[in-house]
Design a protein around this ligand. Structure first.
Ligand code: NAD
Ligand code: 6OD
Length: 485
């Protein structure tokens, strides 16, 4: 049986408390690994290792050498792509094509941020002084120290490296707490760090849970310089409270209940293809995914009929089977939550347009966390499935009559992560994009990502922006130096 350990100061270690927990396969529910749970002493050791690295070899590297090392990390990740893909699939059950994309993106997160730090401009100001000799001001960016990186399970490698890449590029050390559901790729990245010669202590991993475990120990650790988090909104709020002690900065990427807005002039095929992906990719476990679909009334019946056909044609199954476009949910626990919403939708009077149940799976797969891609219609906006984040392969479709109405309805929740707008009317696209309360808006597309762009949520979907130079704002402390001439 695979056993996954913590990675502290360049070495794989058991937890100081001697405790292990089990990782189960989403595909079958069988135990596939045991994981060493980090005790408080391990988190202390990981933070101390990070601080030592900052004072030692890592802190002394030139920018050019640091950039070279990060590019070497990316190259080694590419070389070991098959291992990363296999680990990601084992942890999440996602289709092979999706895992391949996510793992390639993991390596890109190191390359892109290596480039960003290399090219960051220095601010420079001349000033007059009373003696006429003047002074020069320049600003330099310093690392914030050891950054706590707390991660979710839905896109484990992509979302972890999205934080670790820029944090290291800016010269910090990190202590990563992967989700208890997805420990494998964080451990593999430790092997990569050692293989390319990243100094011990720069990248550390502590495994465990949230409250009373590694997550809480990390979030409350007094020697952490900043905390970056991706996960549920209520967890983010708990982390923000923990960070208030010691006034540490936080970057929070949290939940969503994102609208897709389809106008009657949209290209039907493109809108169906994009909406289908945004609702069902990664079994709907994508924070940017669409769970509320609003369709202009004149287009509604046509759109719903096409979405029904497309959803029913999706093939749910194991990762390597040809033609499979959707895998299982992450766990039985999450499946219980998603199925409770499937039941609630019906109780609240929804018309089930597609799916709504559990697919039959053969053999060992019968134990997996499978559900059908599901589309509902007919509910008012205040129904539970139209307000609460489900994080499963499901959406509710409802008609709208005017632009003002759909903007108001799209903005009616406390979430504000992303929105997708489908129309051929460019002026309207710009108007609605500006009016919709979301951190990320796509027009006639979904999940097109340039890593230099600002990423984050509005309202209760997030605090702060990361991406390109915006990541530098979070992962560095800007210092002004004034030199009297
Ligand atoms: P989660 O909040 O349950 O857990 C996230 C991480 O926080 C895990 O590692 C967990 O162990 C840890 N944790 C839990 N409680 C903690 C505490 N009190 N202190 C410290 N750490 C704690 O989220 P999840 O179920 O893993 O992920 C799904 C959620 O993540 C969804 O809500 C989804 O929308 C959100 N998400 C958001 C984004 C984004 O970019 N906005 C991206 C991906 C996922
Ligand atoms: O692409 C990204 O950078 C990003 N943060 C994606 C988030 C996906 C959420 O599930």
């Amino acid at each position: 049986m695979l056993h996954i350990q913590n990675f502290i100061a360049g070495a794989f270690t058991e937890g100081a408390g001697g405790k292990n927990f089990e990782k189960r396969s989403p595909l079958t529910n069988a135990v596939i690994a045991t994981v060493a749970e980090a005790a408080k002493a391990d988190v202390d050791a990981a933070v101390a290792a990070g601080r030592a690295a900052l004072k030692g070899p890592w802190g002394k590297l030139t920018l050019a050498d640091r950039v070279d090392l990060l590019n070497a990390v990316a190259a080694e990740m590419d070389r070991r792509a098959e291992d990363f893909i296999a680990a990601e699939i084992a942890d999440t059950g996602m289709p092979a094509g999706v895992a391949k994309h996510m793992c390639a993106r993991g390596a890109a997160n190191f390359r892109v941020f290596a480039d960003v730090v290399k090219n960051v401009p220095t601010e420079f100001f001349e000033m007059a002084t009373p003696d006429g000799r003047g002074a020069l001001n320049y600003s330099i960016r310093r690392p914030v120290g050891v950054v706590g990186v707390i991660c979710p399970w839905n896109a484990p490698l992509l979302l972890m490296t999205w934080k670790v890449g820029p944090a290291l590029a800016c010269g910090n050390a990190v202590v990563v707490k992967p989700s208890e559901e997805t420990p494998q790729t964080a451990a593999l990245l430790g092997e990569v760090m050692n293989a390319v010669g990243v100094p011990a202590g720069v990248y550390n991993v502590v495994h465990g849970f949230g409250p009373g475990s590694a997550g809480e120990y990390l979030a409350t650790h007094p020697r952490i310089g900043a905390i970056t988090f991706t996960g549920e909104t209520r967890t983010g709020a708990a982390i923000m409270k923990a960070a208030a002690d010691g006034a540490r900065p936080v970057s929070l990427e949290m939940g969503g209940k994102n609208p897709g807005i389809i106008f009657a002039d949209a290209d039907l095929d493109a809108a169906i293809e994009g909406t289908l992906r945004s609702c069902f990719m990664n079994t709907g476990q994508v924070c940017l995914g669409t769970e509320r679909v609003f369709v202009e009334r004149a287009f509604f019946d046509k759109f719903v009929a096409a979405l029904k056909t497309a959803a029913e044609n999706m093939r749910v199954g194991p990762p390597h089977e040809p033609g499979v476009s959707m895998g299982p949910l992450i766990s039985q626990e999450h499946r219980r939550k998603v199925l409770s919403y499937y039941a609630k939708a019906v109780e609240e009077g929804a018309t089930v347009v597609a799916g709504g149940g559990v697919p039959e799976m053969p053999g060992d797969y019968a134990g997996g966390a499978w559900v059908q891609p599901t589309v509902w219609a007919g509910l008012p906006d205040d129904a539970a499935v139209c307000r609460e984040e489900i994080f499963g392969p499901c959406c509710h479709v409802s008609p709208f009559d005017t632009e003002d109405e759909v903007i108001e309805r799209a903005n009616s929740l406390d979430y504000g992560l992303s929105a997708a707008i489908w129309t051929r009317d460019l002026a309207r696209a710009h108007r609605v994009a500006a009016a919709v309360e979301a951190g990320v808006v796509w027009v006639n597309s979904w999940f097109l990502r340039d890593l230099r762009t600002p990423f984050g949520g509005a309202k209760q979907s997030g605090i702060g922006r990361e991406g390109g130079v915006h990541s530098l704002e979070f992962y560095t402390e800007l210092k002004n130096v004034c030199v009297k001439l």
